[in-house]
Design a protein around this ligand. Sequence first.
Ligand code: ATP
Length: 201
Amino acid sequence: MRIRRLKLGGFKSFVEPAELRIEPGLTGVVGPNGCGKSNLLEAIRWVMGEGSPKSLRGGGMEDVIFAGTATRPPRDFAEVSLLIERQAGDGGDEDADGESEVTRRIERGAGSAYRIDGRDVRQKDVALLFADAATGAHSPALVSQGRIGAVIAAKPVERRQMLEEAAGISGLHARRKDAEQKLRATETNLTRLNELLGDQE
Ligand code: ATP
């Protein structure tokens, strides 16, 4: 999977719609203090399904919406879209070449909504899409300030999570949990069925 373009509007300091083309070879963003470098990286993690406001330096998820300045009123929503290029071998059910646009939008008082190519989807679908391609909101490939120190100081179990993400197998854990739940439900149904059959004999 390759990220081709980031579009954002109303997200943190990016009050006006902005677009960042991510060309091959781009590995870092530099600029003066406070210009929004970390906000760009956070926008990528947010659209990938980040669920923790704290890891986006906020108290609540609505803190990602432009909060206003002395001269500009706050916004009511924030929207971030990521154009991705899928490659065969990315894994998952939709293992195919082609481009997809993943969008997350948050409105004050209404929470987040996700779309893939304009189709409403769940957070889980978006997280799985990225996990299958060995990336995601917690991917070690997205290196924010202080992250290098965190990687060095990580506990073995945290390092294992990083390796699993890099290997593209972290999505399998979510699928396994789903499958186990379905299995348990089926076993309960079977037990109930056997009881009913027993009653009839
Ligand atoms: P540094 O190099 O100092 O780490 P940076 O370029 O990474 O800075 P960011 O941390 O991305 O900068 O951006 C900080 C700016 O974003 C601050 O001016 C802050 O006020 C602004 N900001 C953050 N959240 C919001 C919000 N919800 N609404 C408006 N502005 C915001």
